[in-house]
Design a binder for this molecule. Structure first.
Ligand SMILES: Cc1cc2nc3c(=O)[nH]c(=O)nc-3n(C[C@H](O)[C@H](O)[C@H](O)COP(=O)(O)OP(=O)(O)OC[C@H]3O[C@@H](n4cnc5c(N)ncnc54)[C@H](O)[C@@H]3O)c2cc1C
Length: 259
């Protein structure tokens, strides 16, 4: 029986302004790198989400001043429990509070899930090309985790560009997943410092590096690119120049947000 497209059904994009703000409580946290922290939040009434979606987080001070930022969901929902990973931005207003000051039991507000375009669904079986720059790994990790949780064997490749080995998020989990028979193929690219013995000097991703590690365009991969705005634009241009259909290159820019 055909089902009507109800606004708000899992995966149907809902404009952020129509979402309600929910109270969330920090249940646990863990360091991913010296400057990035995963926040495990309990959100009563959480409706569920798709890999790739994000939330808006709102903080309100005692004097009523309020500000909000967007953060990608880092993992599939576990009931009413969600995870975000926040990179501390020097001199940032919100991220240092989330990474340094928030402690278990503290409350904040969030609304979501937001976004319906930059998403991967476990029923999608075709090849997937993920390309992350820095904290842009967060929604792509949600896709990798959703794939594992669903027992999907959709062929995944990840190119993960980081400044140095110490900046890799989820390093142990990624290594374990890559070692599994149907695990994702993972290629690291280092921009400032590479591990000892690494075959190439540190460099920004270029067309040759993407060609060497990515699915060829003739396999028609679904491409997801996430990171700082300049990174995303450069990589999306490379993917299209290599013959990928622009309509299959989906991007998420982690530029400044707020208001
Ligand atoms: C859809 C979406 C999803 C996002 N998901 C994540 C996520 O999963 N994890 C995460 O850590 N961040 C994510 N961000 C970025 C996040 O929303 C904030 O922009 C970031 O945390 C900085 O906020 P702040 O208040 O600390 O800095 P601000 O006080 O807003 O800015 C301080 C200074 O840092 C610069 N700046 C702000 N944001 C960035 C940035 N992202 N990179 C570099 N410089 C910046 C500003 O221009 C300013 O000069 C996402 C952004 C978007 C739009």
């Amino acid at each position: 029986m055909a089902r009507a497209a109800l606004p708000g059904r899992l995966g149907e994009p809902v404009p952020a302004g129509r979402l309600i703000w929910r109270a969330a409580t920090l249940a646990a946290q863990r360091a991913e790198t010296p400057t990035a922290r995963t926040l495990v939040l309990d959100v009563p009434g959480w409706p569920g989400h798709l890999a790739g979606q994000h939330v808006d987080v709102r903080l309100t001070a005692d004097d009523g001043y309020s500000t909000q930022r967007s953060y990608s969901l880092a993992a599939p929902a576990d009931g009413e429990r969600i995870e975000l990973t926040v990179q501390e931005v020097d001199d940032g207003e919100v991220s240092p509070y989330l990474t340094r000051e928030l402690v278990p039991g503290d409350a904040l507000e969030l609304r979501g899930p937001v976004g319906g375009w930059f998403t991967w669904r476990p029923q999608d079986t075709g090849p997937v090309q993920l390309i992350a720059g820095g904290s842009g790994i967060v929604p792509l990790m949600a896709m990798i985790r959703a794939r594992r949780l669903a027992g999907s064997t959709a062929p995944f490749r990840l190119i993960y560009s980081v400044r140095s080995p110490g900046q890799v998020y989820y390093a142990d989990e990624l290594a374990a997943l890559a070692g599994q028979p149907d695990g994702p193929q993972i290629t690291y690219a280092y921009t400032r410092a590479a591990p000892a013995g690494w075959p190439a000097p540190p460099a920004r991703l270029d067309a040759a590096a993407v060609t060497a590690a990515a699915w060829p365009a003739d396999t028609a991969p679904a491409c997801f690119v996430c990171g700082p705005t300049a990174f995303v634009e450069a990589v999306a241009d490379i993917l299209v120049s290599l013959g990928n259909d622009p309509g299959r290159v989906k991007t998420e820019r982690f530029g400044p947000t707020g208001g």
